[in-house]
Design a protein around this ligand. Structure first.
Ligand code: GDP
Ligand code: MG
Length: 162
């Protein structure tokens, strides 16, 4: 079994962009994973010699509010079936209350996760992540998914944890 990496986070932080970046050169979507549902998109990625599955949790409506909406069922299922959880946040927005709720939720579930600070293009990565230090997350990674910046290093680092 390949390790599965779930991408979670509020709408517009760049989950699907990262998904596409990671699965770019893989045309085949993984169609036959057990537990597959229509609301989660699966793809295969590769980093150096290691292949992995990526789970994009699209379909969360940005119109709804609160933890229940953000942590829609498909996100919960993705977290459940993943070996690695990446919580994406937006460097341009800075720390958002919903990000904090998601962190709280993952901690309640005793889920290990990595914070991925996306959209660092045009800014200093250290400054970009400093907004999120107050969350107290040990594993923080700065990327620009749209440009692939930092993505390879981030993936290699998180793969080492499983
Ligand atoms: P999702 O809702 O979390 O899946 O977010 P999307 O992947 O759909 O991205 C939301 C918006 O952010 C889109 O307009 C993307 O082009 C943009 N975006 C994603 N990654 C980056 C990035 O690294 N830098 C910038 N500047 N924009 C990005
Ligand atoms: Mg999306």
């Amino acid at each position: 079994m390949l390790p599965a990496i779930a991408l979670v986070g509020r709408p517009n932080v760049g989950k699907s962009t990262l998904f596409n970046q990671l699965t770019r050169s893989r045309d085949a979507l993984v169609a036959n994973l057990s537990g597959l549902t229509r609301d989660r998109k699966y793809g295969e990625g590769r980093s150096e010699d290691r292949a992995f599955i990526v789970i994009d949790t699209g379909g969360v409506s940005g119109d709804e509010e609160g933890i229940d909406a953000v942590m829609a069922e498909q996100s919960l299922l993705a977290i459940d079936e993943a070996d690695i959880v990446l919580l994406l946040v937006d460097a341009r927005d800075g720390l958002n209350p919903v990000d904090e709720q998601l962190v709280q939720y993952l901690r309640q579930q005793s889920r290990e996760f990595h914070l991925v600070v996306n959209k660092i293009d045009g800014r200093d990565p250290d400054v970009a992540v400093s907004d999120f230090h107050s969350l107290g997350i040990a594993s923080m990674h700065a990327i620009a998914a749209a440009h692939g910046r930092g993505v390879r290093q981030m993936i290699e680092s998180v793969l080492e944890t499983v």
